[in-house]
Write a new protein. Structure first.
Length: 58
């Protein structure tokens, strides 16, 4: 999870070098505190992530 004002996609690029299933999102209009600055967007992204993970393991 990157933020629009700090970091951007850099964490995703780093993790993709060591993991096979890496997904990410840059949350616009957020800084270091995505959960405080964009809570609804973060919740939606996390719910989608967990739903997809659940389908894969079922």
């Amino acid at each position: 999870m990157g933020c629009g004002q700090a970091g951007g996609p850099a964490p995703l690029d780093s993790l993709a070098q060591v993991a096979s299933d890496v997904r990410g999102e840059v949350v616009a209009e957020s800084g270091h505190y995505v959960a405080e600055e964009q809570p609804d967007r973060l919740a939606a992204l996390l719910l989608d992530f967990f739903e997809r993970a659940s389908v894969r393991t079922s």
